[in-house]
Design a binder for this molecule. Structure first.
Ligand SMILES: C[S+](C)CC[C@H](N)C(=O)O
Ligand SMILES: N[C@@H](CCS)C(=O)O
Ligand SMILES: [Zn+2]
Length: 337
């Protein structure tokens, strides 16, 4: 069996073991901050790869304990130009990218070694999705929520930005690639073309942000974005991350009309990122109870991967995992029989 097939089977197997819908972890940076990490920095959560890698592992373990079937790595805003601008060498920058994957793999292996022999638990061996944040995340100007990259950003420039990071992350051995908060069609196309050009054999998901609940942040329709992605057999799942949770149900329904690919959703809490002030503004928010109420609706509407993004925590993921993995009550008739 080819390597590509083996990797695809890992995801299929996880989906089967989790009853058709796997749990993605929650806000990674949010949980770092809950532990006191200060990430108000152009590198954002990736600063911890330099300053506090042990904390990264701790957060991964907390999400595993909470029931995450998929861990997204700490590489969202870890980029080569970002690290170089801090005076690191290319070798050091690449080794930090590699480290983002190995920390997550080590956390997964440690957690699974402690669980796999005992019976009566509801955990699966988690998969590691290497995070590839959008170009806008690297710009650190809020443009992952506007898609406004200006007139000088071409597809070639976006591919140049993503190429080496993609190569290094894949080389480090994750199970999946997670393109996150993609705000426009051009960047989605750059990702799709890169997967092909680099002959990537592990499955990928491409997630868009959305600020109006109907379109990509750029204003381009999801129809045009998904028509383009549908042509790629390297992309296993498409969806939405870091958008308000009250948009998610109708977006899943829309995506179901537009693609046969698996659908992945991991909304934020509903707070809105102010890219200038660099803080979250309160808005229509979901608490954990609301996630409990909505996660089954998202699953029933067709989402195959469900989790949380910014401002959600392990407690949110515990709630999602509990409700999605709850055994359905056996009917009286079957009990008697
Ligand atoms: C998902 S947003 C909150 C990440 C941070 C942003 N790219 C920034 O650096 O300001
Ligand atoms: N995986 C990233 C996404 C930010 S939008 C994080 O959780 O911090
Ligand atoms: Zn987010």
């Amino acid at each position: 069996m080819g390597r590509e097939k083996v990797h695809a089977l890992l995801l299929e197997d996880l989906l089967e073991k989790s009853g058709g819908c796997a749990v993605v972890d929650g806000g990674f940076a949010t949980q770092l901050e809950k532990h006191g990490a200060s990430i108000n920095d152009p590198l954002w959560s990736a600063l911890c790869l330099i300053k506090d890698p042990d904390l990264i592992k701790r957060v991964h373990l907390e999400y595993l304990e909470a029931g995450a079937d998929i861990l997204v790595t700490s590489s969202y805003q870890a980029t080569l130009p970002g690290f170089l601008s801090r005076g690191l060498s290319v070798e050091e920058a690449e080794s930090l990218l590699e480290k983002s994957v190995t920390i997550a793999v080590e956390a997964r292996d440690k957690f699974w070694a402690s669980k796999k022999r005992s019976s009566g638990h509801n955990y699966n061996r988690a998969l590691i999705a290497a995070s590839i944040g959008s170009y806008g995340a690297y710009l650190a100007d809020g443009s992952e929520y506007s898609g406004n990259y200006g007139p000088n950003v071409s597809i070639e420039k976006l591919k140049d930005f993503h190429r080496r990071r993609l190569q290094v992350l894949v080389e480090a051995g994750p199970d999946l690639l997670a393109f996150e908060t993609i705000p426009n069609k051009l960047e989605a196309q750059a990702c799709v073309e890169l997967l092909d050009e680099e002959n990537i054999e592990i499955p990928s998901w491409i997630c868009f942000s959305s600020v109006d609940g109907e379109n990509a942040p750029s204003g381009e329709s999801f129809r045009e974005c998904l028509d383009m992605i549908n042509k790629s057999n390297k992309v296993s799942a498409v969806g939405i991350n870091c958008a308000p949770p009250h948009f998610i149900l109708s977006l899943i329904q829309r995506f179901k009309e537009l693609t046969d690919k698996a659908i992945v959703v991991y909304p934020n809490s509903g707070e809105i990122w102010d890219g200038t002030a660099k803080r979250w503004l309160p808005s229509k928010c979901f608490d954990d109870e609301k996630f409990v109420q909505f996660a089954p609706k998202w699953r029933d509407a067709g989402a195959k991967l469900i989790g949380g993004c910014c401002r959600t925590t392990p407690s949110t993921v515990r709630s999602i995992s509990k409700v999605l993995k709850a055994k359905k009550p056996v009917s009286n008739i079957r009990q008697i029989a």
